[in-house]
Design a protein around this ligand. Structure first.
Ligand code: B12
Ligand code: SF4
Ligand code: SF4
Length: 458
C-alpha cells in the first residue's frame, strides 16, 4: 500500500514579535498541526470569519511540501489596508485548507499577470509543429490562454488546483498485464486519468465532470465568505495554461516528462484553476526539481520527450490514441505497445511517483461494460458498436477518441500484443468495420501478427 508523504507544516518566521502579534490578532497556534488560523471579530476588511475549526494540518502546505500559508507576520496592524491584507492571507489559507479537505491534492494562489515564458514556449511548440494535429491549439489561443485576466479585468487572483488520480499500476513496479480472459482476447491498457473513479459510488467519471463539481463547490464555499465574489473556472477546456499556472502558484514543479509534479500525488494529478475577483496573496513557487534524474526520458518508447520538459505531441502515444484523427503513422505503430487510450509510461518510470503516487487501481475485470478499465479486453474495444460505445464511454475521457478511434487503437494494440489467436477478430474488423481507418489498422495488425509469428514458424 502506497502512502503519500505526510504534510509537514512549518511556521515562519517564528519570531517572538510575530507570536505576540498573532496572539493580539487572535491568530491561534495549535500543538497538533502547527497552525490553525482564526481571525478575531475586530478584523477590518471585507472578510472576517471564525476559525475553520478543521484543525487539519494538511491544510497549510502546498502540494510540494512548502507551506501554502506564507504567514506574513506584521508586528502590529498599522492601517485598515494592513488589516485587509492580513484578512486576505487568512482567507487564502482557509481556502487552500478547504480545497484539500474537499479532496484536491494541492492548491495554491498566483497573480494574474500574463504567463510570458509559458507563452513563448507554447508559441515555439506551435511554430515548430510539435502540437500539429490539434488545430484548436493555435497562436491565437496561446495568446489568450497565457493572459487569463485579459478578457476578465475583474480578476485579481488565480487559484491553482490539482486533483489526485490513482495510477493504473504502481509506478516503479514492473507492469504485469493480467492474462487474457480467453484465448485470442489479450488485454491492453487505458491511461489512469481515463479510469478516474467517483469517490461516492466508485463509478468511472469524466475528469472534467469531477473537477467541475469540485471547483464549483469550492467557489460556493468562497462566495459564502466573500459575498460579492466573481469567479470563473477552467477545467482543461483549453482556455488556460494549466501547468504554467500550477507552477507559478507553487503547487508543484514541471518534471522532465513535462508533467507537473506535486508532493502528495506526484504527477498523478489533473489540473484546474479558478480566476477570482478577490485579491489573495500568492503562494511561493516550488524550489524542487528533478535534479539529476532522467528516468522518464528513455522510458518513452516513441522518443516523444525530445528534450527535458519538451514534448513532441506528434510522437506521443497519448496524442496518437486520443487526439489524432485518421490513420496513425506506420513507423510509430510498433512502438505504441498495447495502449488503447492515452499513455502513462513516462509517469510510471518516475521515482517520485513511485514514492508518492496514490495507491494504484485494482486491475479488475477486462470488460469495459461499466466504462474504462486499466487493462481492457482489446477485442471488445475493437468490436464495440456505436450504441455500446455511447453507453459505456459517454461520460468518460474515452469519449474523446470516438468509437472508430478506440477501434483503430485496439487494432494496432492487438497487432503489437502478438497473440495470433486474435486473428479472426482482426479479420472481421478488416472486412467489416464501417470505418476505413479501422479496416486499414486491422489489416496492418494482421500483417504484423504474421511477421512476428514467422520466425517461430521457421
Ligand atoms: C495539448 C495537451 C496535451 C498534448 C501535448 C502535451 C504537451 N506536453 O504539450 C498531448 C495530447 C500529447 C497530451 C498528453 C498528455 N497529457 Co495533456 N494536455 C494538453 C493541454 C490541453 C495543453 C498543454 C500545452 O499547453 N502544451 C504546450 C506546452 C508548451 O505547454 P506545457 O507542456 O504546459 O508546458 C509546460 C512545461 O512543458 C514546461 N516547458 C515547456 N517547454 C519547456 C522547455 C524547457 C526547456 C523546460 C525546462 C520546460 C518547458 O513549461 C510549460 C509551462 O509550465 C493541457 C491542458 C491545459 N489546458 O493546459 C493538458 C495537460 C497538460 N495534459 C495532462 C495530462 C494528464 C496528459 C497525459 C499524462 C495524459 C495521458 N496519460 O495520456 C499525457 C502526458 C504527456 C506528457 N508527457 O506531457 C494534464 C497534466 C497534468 C500534470 N500533472 O501536469 C493537463 C494539464 C490537463 C489537466 N488539466 O490536467 N496533452
Ligand atoms: S505519455 Fe507516453 S508517449 Fe507520451 S511522452 Fe509520456 S511515455 Fe512518451
Ligand atoms: S522520472 Fe526523473 S526526470 Fe523524469 S519527471 Fe520523474 S524525477 Fe523528473
Amino acid at each position: 500500500m502506497r502512502r503519500t508523504s505526510p504534510a509537514v507544516n512549518r511556521l515562519r518566521p517564528s519570531s517572538s514579535t510575530a507570536l505576540a502579534w498573532m496572539r493580539s490578532s487572535r491568530i491561534q497556534l495549535t500543538t497538533t498541526c502547527g497552525l490553525t488560523p482564526s481571525i478575531g471579530p475586530t478584523s477590518a476588511g471585507p472578510y472576517s470569519s471564525p476559525s475553520t475549526g478543521s484543525g487539519r494540518c494538511s491544510g497549510f502546505t502546498n502540494g510540494d511540501g512548502t507551506p501554502a500559508a506564507v504567514w506574513r507576520f506584521r508586528p502590529r496592524v498599522r492601517s485598515a489596508q494592513d488589516a485587509q491584507a492580513v484578512d486576505h492571507t487568512v482567507l487564502r489559507d482557509e481556502l487552500l485548507a478547504e480545497a484539500l479537505r474537499r479532496g484536491f491534492a494541492a492548491a495554491g494562489v498566483s497573480g494574474v499577470r500574463p504567463f510570458v515564458r509559458a507563452r513563448e514556449r507554447a508559441l515555439r511548440a506551435v511554430r515548430e509543429g510539435r502540437l500539429e494535429g490539434m488545430p484548436w491549439y493555435d497562436e491565437h489561443r496561446v495568446r489568450g490562454i497565457t493572459d487569463p485576466a485579459g478578457p476578465n479585468p475583474w480578476a485579481h487572483s488565480l487559484l491553482a488546483l490539482a486533483w489526485p488520480v490513482a495510477p493504473a499500476v504502481a509506478p516503479g513496479d514492473e507492469v504485469r498485464t493480467p492474462p487474457p480472459t480467453a484465448p485470442g482476447r489479450p488485454r491492453g491498457r487505458i491511461a489512469s486519468y481515463a479510469c478516474l473513479r467517483d469517490g461516492e459510488d466508485g463509478a468511472v467519471v469524466d475528469y472534467h465532470d469531477a473537477l467541475t463539481a469540485a471547483c464549483d463547490g469550492l467557489g460556493e464555499w468562497l462566495r459564502a465568505r466573500v459575498p460579492d465574489l466573481r469567479w470563473k473556472r477552467f477545467v482543461d477546456h483549453g482556455w488556460a495554461m494549466d501547468r504554467a499556472v500550477a507552477e507559478r502558484a507553487g503547487i508543484g514543479f514541471a518534471g522532465k516528462h513535462a508533467g507537473l509534479i506535486t508532493t502528495r500525488a506526484g504527477s498523478y494529478v489533473l489540473l484546474a484553476e479558478m480566476l477570482l475577483s478577490v485579491r489573495l496573496p500568492p503562494t511561493p513557487p516550488s524550489r524542487r526539481s528533478c535534479g539529476r534524474c532522467t528516468a522518464c526520458l528513455p522510458a518513452c518508447p516513441t522518443g516523444a520527450i525530445v528534450e527535458p520538459g519538451v514534448i513532441d505531441a506528434r510522437r506521443c502515444i497519448s496524442y496518437l490514441t486520443v487526439e489524432h484523427r485518421g490513420s496513425i503513422p506506420i513507423e510509430l505503430r510498433p512502438l505504441m505497445g498495447t495502449w488503447a487510450f492515452g499513455c502513462d509510461l513516462c509517469q510510471e518510470a518516475c521515482p517520485i511517483n513511485a514514492r508518492v503516487a496514490p495507491a494504484p487501481l485494482d486491475p479488475g475485470a477486462a470488460t469495459t461494460r461499466s466504462g474504462p478499465v486499466p487493462f481492457p479486453d482489446l477485442v471488445e474495444c475493437l468490436e464495440v458498436d456505436e450504441d455500446e460505445f455511447r453507453r459505456r464511454f459517454r461520460r468518460t475521457a474515452v469519449w474523446r477518441t470516438g468509437r472508430a478511434g478506440l477501434a483503430r487503437n485496439a487494432a494496432i494494440a492487438l497487432g503489437n500484443a502478438g497473440d495470433p489467436a486474435a486473428t479472426p477478430a482482426l479479420r472481421r474488423a478488416r472486412d467489416g468495420d464501417a470505418d476505413p481507418v479501422v479496416r486499414e489498422a486491422a489489416d496492418w495488425a494482421l500483417r504484423r501478427l504474421e511477421e512476428t509469428a514467422a520466425p517461430s514458424r521457421g
